[in-house]
Design a protein around this ligand. Sequence first.
Ligand code: GLA
Length: 352
Amino acid sequence: MKEATINKQSYGKTANGVAVDEYTLTNANQVEVKIITYGGIITSLSVPDRKGQLANVVLGRSTLADYEAGHPYLGAIIGRFGNRIGKARFKLNGQEYTLAANDGPNSLHGGRKGFDKQVWTAKEVPGGLELSYLSRDGEEGYPGNLATRVVYSLNDQNELRIDYTATTDRPTVVNLTNHSYFNLAGNGAPSIENHLIMINADRYTPVDQNLIPTGELASVAGTPFDFRLPRQIAAGIRSGHPQVVLGRGIDHNFVINRTDNTSLVLAASLYEPNSGRAMDVLTTEPGIQFYTGNFLDGTLLGSSGGLYRQGDGLCLETQHFPDSPNQPGFPTTVLNPGETYRSTTVFKFSAR
Ligand code: GLA
């Protein structure tokens, strides 16, 4: 299999004077992904439509200063713990840990300065880019020095693959993901509502008013959460279902159907009928957060040159379930010394 070519260029310096680079991975089909070392952010991802027309299908900001000024995790690596930990605390081996609360009472996406705001160390590897970051013991309240590696790679099958690994020197919790917002009609296209989505999940995790899972694994049957066959997103997000009301749309974790705990399985498929662009998401994770961009509110100027409004992009965040450290019934997110955390997600693009 031919490997993607990699180019590096400077992306400027952070406000604190740290140099940030941008890496461009390009494959034989002109699929091109740009990643910056700040937050490991995917700033742009160009894929062809059914006529071969390329468009960037992810939301972003235009400059490093824009990213540093703040944004809702556009394209970023999320860690040490993706999604919410209720009341910003958890117990591990009898000890209570207090985290930074940055989402009402909760800790969201790693805390105030999560992995999305760190400058990662980059190394070119065959067909891809390896980013590493050492999260120190106590950072954002989490125990253990966590050595994290994320490898982005691209092949000629138009697969963007993300391999995450991490090791620790004290027991801790880990849940890594990527927070890209997709719009297969192109960055800046008005809404993802016309996209069709299939989610390979018989169950999802309902939430309380703070968007913390209640612990129940509820059946999707007969609800707006039933995406087992491809359905238009519009149908679900305007329903009066109490869970949709709480999320202001869909912002829920789906329990991926799988027969074992480790293999790469199809979690979701997305299709945009006008362009014909399609994306499959495969993962080794047990869950996927389908988030319909409900908090985009017209206050953020995007790399499209226009403002992002509600539903202008959607996220498919492969993950362990939110609040797992406080939910004994959920698959564990504990990582112990001597173990290696491993997670893989593939975004596969095509057109039809
Ligand atoms: C995740 C969460 C959402 C929201 C976004 C970022 O998808 O589930 O509730 O916090 O990240 O805005």
